[in-house]
Design a protein. Structure first.
Length: 219
């Protein structure tokens, strides 16, 4: 029975079932998708089920300061910001100015612009300049720099804080990624996180997989 359970995978119909019950998009979230499509942004935002998972984990962590690496059009930022207290804040980093502009408009329309700062630039440089403590760090940017982002997350997270990373299963290709594909870097990140003594971690098979790590206290 246990082996059968390990071999079970969530198909499209069950994914739709979960999203219909727990992650229905409201008009604001649907508007984000529409404007991102109209603006020609890549359709790579998190699915609603992942958005809801982020929201649950941010609230569960009691987070008031969150860092997001990779804003795109602000879809995931909206899910996260809605989980924050009124005094909470989200800092989201975005390389593309056009994407950053869409994100700002997304959050303005949602009435959450005062809780979110969108900072433009290359993530490695922006992260290196940060000297703050965060309750949650969410990684959803280029996969090649994931090992570097892991180091910054370990530095910036408070003890007990959460590291979250999207696409941890990379469309099911992490077990046999093609040379040079993003799946290679995702696999390296997963292996590094699994062996990192600074984190207690796993992967939640929601959406394209979300890596979840708790930052442990330094010894």
């Amino acid at each position: 029975m246990f082996d059968e359970w390990l071999g079970f995978s969530v198909g499209d119909s069950l994914q739709a079932y979960v999203e219909d019950l727990f992650a229905r998009e409201d008009a604001v979230l649907r508007d984000v998708r529409s404007r991102s499509d109209e603006g020609g942004l890549p359709q790579i935002q998190v699915p609603p089920s992942t958005g809801r998972l982020l929201q649950v984990l941010v609230r569960l962590a009691g987070a008031s300061r969150v860092l997001e690496v990779g804003a795109l059009g602000g879809y995931s930022a909206l899910w996260i910001a809605r989980a924050l207290p009124e005094t909470g804040s989200l800092l989201t980093l975005e390389r593309e100015p056009r994407h950053a502009a869409v994100t700002r408009e997304t959050l303005r329309r949602a009435g959450l612009g005062d809780r979110v700062e969108v900072r433009e630039g290359e993530a490695p440089e922006l992260l290196a300049a940060l000297d703050a403590s965060f309750d949650v760090v969410f990684l959803d940017a280029d996969k090649e720099n994931l090992p570097l982002y892991l180091e910054h997350a370990a530095r910036l997270l408070r003890a007990g804080g959460l590291l979250l990373a999207d696409n941890a299963l990379w469309r099911g290709e992490v077990t046999n990624p093609e040379d040079g594909s993003p799946g290679v870097y995702v696999d390296r990140f997963n292996r590094a996180l699994a062996q990192d003594p600074r984190f207690l971690a796993t992967v939640v098979p929601v959406g394209d997989g979300v890596a979840v790590g708790v930052r442990l206290p330094d010894e």
